[in-house]
Design a protein around this ligand. Sequence first.
Ligand SMILES: Nc1nc2c(ncn2[C@@H]2O[C@H](COP(=O)(O)OP(=O)(O)O)[C@@H](O)[C@H]2O)c(=O)[nH]1
Ligand SMILES: [Mg+2]
Length: 243
Amino acid sequence: MANHANAISKVKILVVGDSGVGKTSLVHLICHGTALSNSSWTIGCSVEVRIHEYREGTPSQRQYFVELWDVGGNNSHKNARHVFYNQVHGIILVHDMTNRKSQLNLRQWLSEILLREGGGPRSRLPLIDGFDAEQFGGFSQLPVFVVGTKQDQIAEMRTNIRVRSSSIADECAADEIYVNTHDHRSLAPGSSNAVKLSRFFDKVIERQQTTTSRTELGGVSYMEKEQSMFRRSKSGSSFINMN
Ligand SMILES: Nc1nc2c(ncn2[C@@H]2O[C@H](COP(=O)(O)OP(=O)(O)O)[C@@H](O)[C@H]2O)c(=O)[nH]1
Ligand SMILES: [Mg+2]
């Protein structure tokens, strides 16, 4: 009983966006605080964990494991990806600031997750072209966070691109940050980016707390099924190969 009370709870966050936007680099920066020296193609999905201090600096401060599920953006995995969409507590949408299409595609990514979250018959629904905030009202409590990467390249291009928050961020009332995943200062402790990210993790944990009772009633733990499919890598990350 005492062990149970001391156990660190965990939350599951999906990290999605088009291939090459910088998801793997971002997850590495969030979990290790350093830039990833050479990122390789993500096959299937990889999971990294960050220890987060929930409500840091308050009497209710508590440690949580935040699992970041880096879902490969390759289109050939489209039909298999939904297995990762169960029991999700939050979503990080990633786009490349130099690639407007990747920003527009976030709508598609969100609708893919929201339609398939929970699996079951809904998982066989066809993808819809757009995301309609009204239509997904029931799911909109799922906290969303938007990250624009390659901010350094925008600066190098010396263009007059006006950095506007993504419309999807506005629609979901989500915070959005811009980073250079090659520079650890992008998420330096105490920076506005780090504070926003930490606030997002808090929101995700609150969401998990409100859904825990529902999940327990549900019986089958998809998490357990998913975990049994994993093998541990040397780095401590988990990979599943869907090829
Ligand atoms: N200049 C720059 N390159 C980046 C940034 N983030 C990622 N990249 C590069 O973009 C490529 C794809 O990154 P990766 O993390 O593998 O993208 P993923 O396919 O979304 O996981 C790699 O060569 C990264 O080094 C960034 O913020 N700035
Ligand atoms: Mg990747």
